[in-house]
Ligand binder design. Structure first.
Ligand code: ZN
Ligand code: ZN
Length: 353
């Protein structure tokens, strides 16, 4: 139970209770999605406070915490009653997601000494449980189904925005709760911008089209990128595509529990550098994915920590030639003791539409 893992944190931490206020932490703790609420957790009590709009649904969905409607009182007043019952001296607040003003307001309102929770919950979220992996895979399958269909729509004259809209529609149609982020669809010279925004530019013959997209199932995100060609490819485009794919495969081969994110990045980067495109790969190899689209661990040059078994990271090298074209290919990897499992099933040979 998530509640018990959170409680295990309390045993090791210098605080006796925690108050979770961010949407992601509340959902992680309760499994319930709401736009308002707070979780109070101590050794004695686990309570999810929310308001009238969510109380009935929360009571039906949450079984290992008490659900209470805050009614006409404030969250801080409701939580203070529990702090007093439990004799809590130090309470941890989510300093990473609260604004400075909100942190200060909470800290002065609560009848215990406020402490920073820092990244304790994010660290707990790094290793995915089976049900979490299942939700990420379900989201990925929906994205792949959408990709498979959208390829029929990629034609000369269709705009980037139309393709982005179609991807969004298809993912929702196949059961996504939402998008992980606004889909990126960039073509031709626009494809050299790693996070370019889809425009009204029509697709032209000879364009590479890079699509980076993902969706959410039960709170969990997927993330994938594919680059396809329209009409024909030049030898240089094929060389760049093959280099990116080989770099990705080298990173995947290096990825296993205990290896640092930095080392995985370096394995992929070496392939791109050897091919002479080192300066054209300006971002990291990958990032963790889960309830948030970007979360720990880091699989890039700043990733000094070893990747733990059970974490999920993306594998997304790219080469971007400004004013000309770009290529990125992205899968999601589930890190295990002796390697990793590629959770992405969409084909990676360069598809010419
Ligand atoms: Zn992506
Ligand atoms: Zn990504």
């Amino acid at each position: 139970m998530r509640r018990d893992q959170l409680r295990a944190l309390l045993h090791q931490a210098p605080y006796d209770a925690m108050v979770l206020t961010s949407e992601i932490s509340r959902r992680y703790a309760t499994g319930f999605h709401s736009t308002a609420g707070a979780v109070y957790l101590s050794a004695q009590q686990a309570v999810f406070f929310t308001d009238f709009r969510y109380t009935e649904a929360a009571q039906a969905a949450i079984h290992d915490m008490t659900v209470r409607d805050i009614g006409g009182t404030s969250y801080a007043a409701a939580i203070n009653a529990l702090i007093e019952q439990d004799g809590v001296q130090r309470v941890a607040l989510e300093d990473r997601t609260l604004t400075h003003a909100d942190y200060t307001t909470w800290a002065s309102a609560l009848h215990a000494t406020a402490m920073r929770l820092e990244d304790d919950i994010e660290q707990l979220r790094v290793c995915k449980e089976d049900d979490e992996v299942g939700k990420i895979v379900a989201a990925q399958r929906i994205a792949e189904r959408a990709f498979d269909e959208v390829r029929n729509d990629i034609k000369v004259g269709v705009t980037e925005r139309e393709i982005a809209a179609r991807l969004t529609y298809l993912m929702l149609h196949y059961g996504a709760e939402n998008m992980s982020f606004d889909p990126i669809v960039v073509s031709g010279a626009n494809s050299s911008k790693p996070h370019g925004v889809p425009t009204d530019k029509p697709i032209a013959a000879g364009d590479l089209v890079t699509m980076d997209f993902g969706c959410i199932v039960d709170g969990y995100c997927s993330d994938m990128t594919r680059t396809v060609a329209v009409g024909y490819v030049t030898d240089e485009m094929q060389t760049v595509y093959d280099t990116v794919l080989n770099a990705q495969l080298a990173g995947i081969a290096a990825c296993k529990a205990g290896v640092s994110g930095q080392a995985v990045d370096a394995a992929a980067r070496a392939v791109i550098t050897e091919a002479g495109y080192g300066a054209a790969f300006g971002h990291g190899f990958g990032h963790g994915v889960g309830l948030a689209i970007h979360e720990a661990p880091i699989a890039g040059p700043r990733g000094e920590q070893p990747l733990p078994a059970g974490s999920i990271v993306t594998a997304e090298p790219g080469i971007y030639l400004p004013g000309r074209f770009g290529v990125r290919i992205e899968d999601m990897l589930y890190v295990i003791e002796d390697g990793c499992i590629d959770l992405t099933e969409a084909p990676k040979t360069l598809c010419v539409l």
